[in-house]
Ligand binder design. Structure first.
Ligand code: ADP
Length: 158
């Protein structure tokens, strides 16, 4: 069984993340969406909330499971029997960061392969940070996240 891990902060899950998840679900038997509990960034949602929103967002995808993790991503991948890590690449900035992380992860766990999917044109500009900023300023976030995520963001930034 081919299991892939899609790790990230998911603060909150966006249509860009969901696009990567759906596309990965066509390539692998099972996808674990790994919600990293302590990313080096200011979070809007707690870990439990980020997991809960992601779970609701993938409820229609039977091969996708959402779990939080602590510590090294590759250790979590090993625990879960994952052979492949999936990441999404947007046109700006992502490549260098992903490249550096991939090199370190390869040193730590050479048996784990990385697969990067290119972000779809519609979501190239979309990040959780931009989404939160727009919501904070009262802008319309419809279409960038599922409706229940939009509601949760609006409530939080109020
Ligand atoms: P991180 O904090 O690790 O960057 P994110 O939750 O922001 O985590 O993103 C997780 C993964 O999803 C990363 O590989 C990121 O590049 C990718 N990603 C984020 N937004 C998009 C998007 N709009 N389209 C495709 N991939 C995306």
């Amino acid at each position: 069984m081919k299991i892939a891990l899609y790790p990230g902060s998911f603060d909150p899950v966006t249509a860009g993340h969901l696009d990567i998840i759906r596309r990965s679900a066509r390539l692998f038997d099972k996808i674990i969406v790994g919600v990293y509990d302590t990313p080096d960034k200011k979070l809007l949602f707690t870990t439990a909330e980020r997991v809960d929103l992601a779970r609701q967002a993938v409820a229609d995808l039977p091969s996708v499971e959402v779990k939080s993790f602590t510590g090294l991503m590759v250790e979590f991948a090993r625990q879960e029997g994952v052979a492949t890590v999936v990441r999404g690449l947007r046109v700006n900035n992502d490549f260098e960061l992903e490249f550096d992380m991939a090199m370190i992860n390869r040193r730590l766990a050479p048996e784990i392969e990385l697969v990067c999917l290119l972000a779809s044109p519609d979501y190239q500009f979309l990040s959780s940070s931009i989404l939160k900023e727009v919501a904070r300023l009262g802008g319309d976030v419809e279409g960038l996240v599922p409706p229940f995520v939009a509601d949760a963001v609006r409530l939080k930034v109020k």
